[in-house]
Design a protein around this ligand. Structure first.
Ligand code: SF4
Length: 703
């Protein structure tokens, strides 16, 4: 970099995007970020992917809102195709903070008085800090008086957490992804780390080069297949059939770890009986994998000295997502592949702070640290800490809240940094719910698709503008630091939440996120031996941490599990079809996900210049043979139709795609994938089936 690009200061922080949690340094000149460099953090060792390196300029986008906005009288709620988010004063008027905060709080308070606390709900954000997540759920619970508080974990790993809590008593990973380098065998299933966790993928590639054997199990091919010992493609939606067949081989061939099972688990005899009929021959037709391959995968995993399983949303985003995760847990427990270096279970977390936001209590059925709201002792402890009585009923989840708006139960919402008008399944239903709300307060950086339904919009802080802690997929708590000032009258999220709380007559006096962190430590044993000062000094501490001078446990459950008996349990599962199987009318499987360059609903990355230049338009991917069948060329327009709607977008070929499947990223508002998706929920994790919907495809004229 030449002199003209010389920074006048450098600020150490953390990447705002995925759950890998790469540490970085902002190089700042004249209060603007010039460029970003990776730091030597435990999860990135100086590396960054394209999002971390180039996705830093979205806070300066011309559409950034810098003053509170109030909907103009008479402007109907909804997505107006003529609305320009960069010129929002056609639909909204500017207001002072006092007027906007009073209006935001008064509308919610009025609904509480008229209809009771259950008429309100809040979505917090996994893009915000732990302190902001803590304050948000505290406001909903103590101010609104309800547990109707949730966030995007419901759309990514809620089913994984449900299974992990049930079987091993803890919803976080049992070992960091760096442990892959100590493993002899690694299974990656339902994940595509080179796209979604790119720096974690570099650790996997290193491990493969050093001799770790990777088994990649997925309906789609991916670039990491080039590093794999085995790549197993299976029929979409048949995960449970395949995993039960693996368990059958492990049981019938005596490959399980008898001593481990006897000492650390319960329920193995029932599992053995359950999987007995599910031989590879019996399940091969359903899962599309030949019996010999099933046997080989089972043998390689079970006989490894050290083996790990990583999974992503290909596992969790199904109506049988919890069953999928239960199967993976059973595999690890049966083979004793947990609790030692190079072993373990690792659901790769998506957002930079989805682990921390979940830990901090942005979940309707549990208080912070996953302590059930229905437990009177737990409630009593938080009532004492917060000096307020708490609701004893678990609240509603993300998709349930949309249904409750439609049935008239929920009438007012506070949405901080989430974009359900893009991220929820069956968007026609979700958007009509948002339009039906009597009062909606949205706190964000831009007039997002969701903010277009708001009565009041509160201009919040971007990640490089605030201090706070975040917790990555490895359970590493890290410190983000403000590098640049907020524009105009934008405010930090924690300040805004506190101002709303005060208007609910809550006696809050936080002067800095470190005050909030100190309170969190009183309700969250997971933060024992982790202090704000320590994070300022050390930059990263892993929980659980046994002492002030220990780095924290990279691998957990070496002796006992977090269950009453200290033992883990097996949870047998039965194969179930997807909620909406393909048929003659809708013969193709639609699956959705992310692209390397874009993140979630695109509210940040599509406003980052380099990233948007790299991937500027909505695109679907198909197998080459599927393209030929449809008579479409790369770049031509494709229409995708499901029972819920239709979108048209550009098409691209991907040799990793199986025939009979189309992949659509969900970040493009102009062709929103979730117009198509199925809102059916997993009964345990309440997660929608984003990974499987029946659709039909047709060539369309380019628009
Ligand atoms: Fe950021 Fe994730 Fe990329 Fe790291 S891998 S730079 S955390 S998006």
């Amino acid at each position: 970099h030449g002199d003209s690009r010389a920074a006048d200061r450098k600020v150490d922080s953390v990447c705002p995007y995925c759950g890998v949690g790469c540490q970085l340094t902002y190089h700042v000149k004249d209060d603007r970020i010039l460029f970003v460099e990776g730091r030597d953090g435990p999860s990135n060792q100086n590396r960054l992917c394209v999002k971390g390196r180039f996705g830093f300029d979205y806070p300066n986008h011309p559409a950034r809102i810098t003053r509170p906005l109030i909907r103009k009288a008479g402007v109907p709620k909804g997505l107006d195709p003529a609305f320009d988010p960069a010129a929002p004063l056609t639909h909204f008027r500017e207001a002072s903070w006092d007027e906007a905060l009073d209006m935001a709080a008064d509308g919610l308070k009025r609904l509480k008085v008229e209809h009771g606390p259950a008429a309100l709900a809040g979505f917090g954000s996994a893009k915000c800090t732990n302190e902001e997540a803590w304050l948000f759920q505290k406001l909903v619970r103590t101010g609104f008086g309800t547990n109707n508080v949730d966030h995007c974990t419901r759309l990514c790993h809620a089913s994984s957490v449900a299974a992990l809590m049930e079987c091993i008593g803890s919803g976080a990973v049992t070992a960091s992804f760096m442990q892959a380098e100590k493993a002899d065998v690694v299974i990656l299933t339902g994940c595509n780390p080179a796209i979604n966790h790119p720096v974690a993928a570099t650790f996997f590639k290193q491990a493969a080069k050093r001799g770790t054997r990777f088994i990649i199990i997925d309906p789609r091919g991916q670039s990491l297949d080039a590093y794999a010992h085995l790549s197993v493609r299976f029929t979409p939606g048949s995960d449970v059939s395949l995993f039960n067949a693996l368990l059958n081989v492990i049981v019938t061939e005596g490959l399980f770890d008898e001593a481990y099972v006897a000492q650390h688990t319960e329920g193995f005899e029932a599992l053995k009986a359950h999987v007995a009929p599910m031989t590879p021959e019996a399940m091969s037709g359903a899962c599309g994998v030949d019996p010999a391959t099933i046997r080989e995968v089972a043998r390689v995993y079970a006989t490894a000295e050290r083996a790990m399983i990583f999974w992503g949303m290909g596992i969790s985003q199904h109506t049988h997502g919890t069953d999928n995760a239960r199967c993976l847990i059973s595999l690890a427990l049966a083979c004793g592949q947990i609790g030692r270096p190079g072993t373990g279970l690792h659901p790769l977390r998506g957002q930079n702070n989805v682990q921390g936001a979940s830990d901090a209590g942005l979940i309707p059925m549990v208080l912070p640290d996953y302590q059930p709201v229905a437990d009177a002792q737990v409630r009593a402890a938080f009532e004492e800490l917060w000096n307020t009585p708490l609701d004893d009923q678990p609240g509603l989840t993300v998709v349930e809240i949309m249904h409750a708006i439609h049935d008239g139960t929920i009438k007012g919402m506070y949405i901080q940094g989430e974009n359900p008008a893009m991220s929820d399944p069956d968007l026609a239903h979700a958007r009509s719910a948002l339009a039906q709300l009597e009062h909606l307060v949205v706190q964000d950086l831009f007039v997002t698709e969701t903010a277009q339904f708001a009565d009041v919009i509160l201009p919040a802080s971007a990640w490089p503008e605030k201090d706070g802690t975040v917790t990555n997929t490895n359970r590493q708590v890290q410190l983000g630091r403000a590098a640049v000032p907020m524009p105009g009258e934008a405010r930090t999220d924690w300040w805004i939440i506190q101002e709303i709380a005060r208007r609910f007559d809550l006696d809050w006096h936080y002067d800095h996120p470190r005050d909030v962190f100190a309170e969190m430590k009183q309700g969250m044993p997971s933060l024992d031996h982790i202090s704000w000062e320590r994070l300022e000094r050390e930059a990263s501490v892993t929980y659980p941490c046994p002492a002030d001078d220990e780095p924290g446990a990279d691998v957990v459950f070496s002796d006992a599990f977090h269950t009453e008996s200290g033992r883990a349990s097996f949870s047998p599962t039965l194969p179930l079809p997807p909620d909406e199987p393909i048929d003659a009318e809708y013969p193709v499987v639609l699956t959705t996900g992310r692209q390397l360059e874009h993140w979630h609903t695109g509210s940040m990355t599509r406003r980052a210049q380099v990233l948007d230049d790299l991937e500027p338009e909505a695109v679907a991917t198909l197998a080459p043979a599927e393209m030929r069948r449809l008579g479409v060329e790369p770049g031509s327009a494709l229409t995708i139709t499901t029972r819920r709607g239709s979108i048209t977008l550009s098409v691209r070929t991907d040799p990793g795609m199986p025939e009979g499947m189309v992949f659509v990223p969900f970040c493009y508002a102009e062709a929103a994938a979730n117009i198509l998706t199925n809102p059916a929920l997993d009964p345990f994790g309440k997660i929608p089936e984003f990974k499987y919907a029946a659709c039909r495809l047709s060539a369309a004229k380019a628009s």
